[in-house]
Design a protein around this ligand. Sequence first.
Ligand SMILES: Cc1ncc(COP(=O)(O)O)c(C=O)c1O
Length: 419
Amino acid sequence: MCGYMALIDRETAQKIAATYGTPVYVYSEAALRRTAEEVLAFPAPYGFKARFAMKAASTAAILRLFHSMGIGIDASSGFEARRALLAGIPPTEISLSTQELPQDFADLIRLGIHMNACSLDQLECYGKAFPGTEIGIRLNPGAGAGHNNRTNTGGVSSSFGIWHEYIDRILKIAADYSLQIVRLHTHIGSGGDPEKWQQTAMLSLDSIDRFPDVHTVDLGGGFKVARMPDEKQSDLQVVGNAVRRVFEDVYRRTGRKLRIEIEPGTFLMAGNAVLLTRIQDIVDTGSAGLNFLKVDCGMNDILRPSIYGARHGISLFSDAAEEKSYVVAGHCCESGDILTPAAGEPEVLEPRTLPVPALGDLLLIESAGAYCSSMPAKNYNSFPEAPELMVRCNGELLLIRRKQTLEQIIENEVKDLAL
Ligand SMILES: Cc1ncc(COP(=O)(O)O)c(C=O)c1O
């Protein structure tokens, strides 16, 4: 789903821009709830838990909305875990899988947060701190599905998780500290293809016989969202049914009823928000050149196009009959601040055909719910962090994050230095 029309109409957009200014992130509560229901209906034969990968969008209101629907939290750092706690998420609803072992990990575990050891060293540290207890492990099962090395989370080019050939070493550490390995976690970002998910499930369960205490297998996230019309969205029922067959096979072979967990970030969020911006300037580079729409947001608000060549739908509220081809440029003083790159190629400009706008027209960057407001080149060029709004199911506008002030941008600088 790529259309903004389902999220906000022209009148709402104008009202939001008049009240809160631009740029502003706008989330649809109705759409978030619909997607959450879809995730919760994932077919799982022997128990199920969905967790929201909070790195995708970390604002408290979003975490609380999902939690109120029974969705837990996947935290990727100790700070994310603390942030979820501050948002009111109970510790037992939070699972921690991190690249860097948080310095306060022992305090987090004592609170009741579940941990997946993502390296042999993390497992050892956990064992020393909590011998004789239960733990999860994140495995790198030896295959990856990201579209490039920046998004790949499995296989030889990924540092995430414990390499699958090191199971003997995992078992040795577990034995040294009398640890019970009860959760097996893999996330290789399998995308939209049900066959790939089936393979992921098979890969993840390949070593299940070596972990007799495991009761839960977490397949991570990575469900595909169609951000552009030529992309195909995951159907969680189709994917889930492919996966369930693998778990049913394991049950028939071993008698073990393994619970499934998934951790979608993108799927829960991506299609459910837009970044509402205003066209500040319209320039061109001559008859053999390009037309540019310059908007009042940029890589300091939304970084995905600049780092991944990620494509987002672009829409204008316009009655103009004439269309032209435009590159949409962000407001940062950086030639890489481009909102219309070619797919997967941040260096390549790919103009879009759009109605001819007027200066000051509103422009929507669509599918801006995941890895957008939470992953900007924050404060670059000293632009403040954009506010975030939720359009409630009853149409009410709820401010969920205020616009940052200049004072907040500089608040940690040491003042009055004698220089
Ligand atoms: C461990 C883990 N779980 C879940 C996710 C969420 O993935 P996605 O946003 O693609 O669903 C990620 C993303 O990198 C991850 O590393």
